[in-house]
Design a protein around this ligand. Sequence first.
Ligand code: ZN
Length: 231
Amino acid sequence: MVKLFKHLQNLFFDNTCPSCKKNILIKNEYICLQCIYSLPKTNNYLKPNNSAEVMMAGRFPFERIATYCIFSKEGTLQPLIHSLKYKNNKNIGLQLGRMFGKDIHNSSFVETVDFIVPVPLHKKKLKSRGYNQSEIIAEGISSAISKSLSNDNLIREIHNPSQTKLSKSQRWDNVEGIFKLTNPDQYNNKHILLVDDIITTGSTIEACAKALLEAKNIKISVATIGEAIYL
Ligand SMILES: [Zn+2]
């Protein structure tokens, strides 16, 4: 009977934490409390010259680069991002975005943000995956900080293979010039919060920023959920 009940419960409410595989009993929560508490948060959103900013220094002008958690292969975040990217688990991205958004909500760099812009996927990739994981995260952040999402100006023109097996210089060659603003004037004098899932070498962020700089007097900040600590 207990087994049957569990089976029925799972049919209607199949909600396991992708990180530890335990059942979650709270509605609209997709990461268990234990895993939320064990997320290796960087809390770097108020720290000038944090490690992500040091990595990006001199590559393009930015206001602030904030990362939510350290991303490592064996860490708590890895299965969450995997579930978001490859298992159609959009709720994970929304929840991570909301949690990060709540943390950064009252910081001064966020107050002046005009648009939240996700790193775009090429339309071919968007079609095969069905959604852009960075846009899902951006939606979560947007709901927490009450700033508008802008997802149709910055576009990815060239479809490129996955970057995960490329070296740092190959990654840059792979993304340089592939992003474009369709309407640069929309971002004139605006502060953009560029959102991605993971920052690794920063080459994708840099390539997006270079495209954003087509707008006049634009300010750029960056928010990513993961900051990879391996290359
Ligand atoms: Zn868990």
